[in-house]
Design a protein around this ligand. Sequence first.
Ligand code: AMP
Length: 216
Amino acid sequence: MGPPGAGKGTQAERLVKEFGMKHLSSGDIFRAEKASNSELGLRLARYMDAGELVPDDVVVEMMAKAVTQVDGGLMLDGFPRTVAQGEALDKQLAEAASPLDAVVVITADDDIIVKRIAGRRACPLCGRGYHVTFMPPRREGYCDDCDNAELTQRSDDCEATVRQRLEAYRAQTEAVIGYYKGCDSLAIVEVDGNRPAEVVADEVTQALASLDAARV
Ligand code: AMP
């Protein structure tokens, strides 16, 4: 969990490689639906392009389906973003006798968030993320893995929409951290995401590995 631009996607990509889990990003799932131009995709676009949260009933239905399809360990990224979503997820995981083990909370300052998001790029083919300054591709503007794929910028990464997304985070998502802090069996790992991605990744990996070791 964390505000937009805190590094959730970057850290999730690294952690799934380290721990062999499946990465489920609600934002990626919604962007794929949006790109398909389906009726549902057009509905999602109205909220996403305005930097607002998609309504809970739509999110819960789509994410419940995605979670059910995963067999094994799971890294959720961008979901849940409201307490109602958290409660629905808990219910689903309890029914599957597979509760959450840990919540990773990445914090970051607003000025760093805005700078990071402005330089953010992604490959439209494989989804790999880059940053023009902090994580540039080998050939400027093109994906390292997909030969001629030109990197693109997310339509909701402009400053006005980023500010709206930050507001939505403060108004609706921060409360989810408090909700999880109230669950005794759940480990909360809090990291300072203002630092370089590798430093944050090392800290999160160590914290999760020690939880893993404590459970064995
Ligand atoms: P993200 O890629 O996680 O920054 O998500 C991009 C956009 O998708 C957000 O600004 C929301 O409009 C929408 N979105 C993603 N996940 C959720 C969620 N769990 N609840 C509501 N809206 C979401």
